[in-house]
Design a protein around this ligand. Sequence first.
Ligand SMILES: *Cc1c(COP(=O)(O)O)cnc(C)c1O
Length: 357
Amino acid sequence: MRPEIAALLRDDLRGLSAYGAPQLDVAVRLNTNENSYALPDEVAEAVIAAMAGEVKTLNRYPDRDAVKLRSDLAAYLGHGLTAERVWAANGSNEIQQQVLQAFGGPGRTAIGFVPAYSMHPLLAAGTATSWVGLGRGEDFGLTIDQVVRGIKEYRPDVVFLCSPNNPTGTALDLSIVEAAIGATDGIVVVDEAYAEFARPGTPSALTLLEAYPRLVVSRTMSKAFAFAGARVGYLAADPSIVDAVQLVRLPYHLSSLTQAAARAALAHAPALLSTVEAIKEQRDRIVTVLRERGHRVADSDANFILFGVHGDQKVHWQRMVDSGVLVRDVGLPGWLRVTAGTPEETDAFLKAVEGTA
Ligand SMILES: *Cc1c(COP(=O)(O)O)cnc(C)c1O
């Protein structure tokens, strides 16, 4: 950045780096937890038809409140949810940014328990919300005591929990979510981007919404739905939270094309989600093989696996890129993260990762 431009930047942004998962041209890309499967033809055709139906009327602004899409999302989520309790935006990143714009901001604090999703602190920075990243236990676990103590100490306005947690993959017990809500007077955001991949019996914080008006459950179509490129995320919460984010959202933030594409995709949810079981199989296969080879591996309820490597993970990361497999260095010394994709991608990964335990 030119020094004269850097000098004009907000003080709290100077020196920060932009979110930067490398988008490298590598044969096997297992670094951003996308769904490796392309949209099935029937879904692609439905999305194309729905978008084509919007083109002639692109002279008009979209439905500002995206009511039909929100109804469809509510129906997908179940739990008796309706459009009043659901809000949609361009990815759950935008959802979480809107939550921070409404409930964080200058003079306010958000906390999270790291390692967790690297966008949480960046969204806090962008909204001038102070960020406090508290640690986790040895095995990246989180206890009620840790969460409650952290909240009591920092009195945050917004608490971020992530379940299943990125980058560790492990889901949170709902008792921790309830303890967090009990300990704070602020908003608790549970980022459930990977909920669809959770093992059977893993409860969703959606089941707590009725009881807790300060709870926000954040979801996305970017992962299980194989729709990352469309940018569709959403939240479920009390209707007053939906009212609050409407104070800060840009008018017409969600284009007619996006709304139509998302609705068409949701109408084919079973077809789109049909890859989830296959991906979970690859996840479990990777966990089993890596453990057999002596790697430390975190339990995963998601479509990715955090695994330990011997020595400097940066060196192993580069060697794997050189052999055509892109995984993620999340900045944890001695650990790398890999996305579970197709069986062929697993084969390539398991070959490339040989000798790193
Ligand atoms: C991938 C991911 C998201 C998704 O963000 P979108 O903006 O919806 O694509 C959200 N939260 C976590 C923890 C993620 O890993």
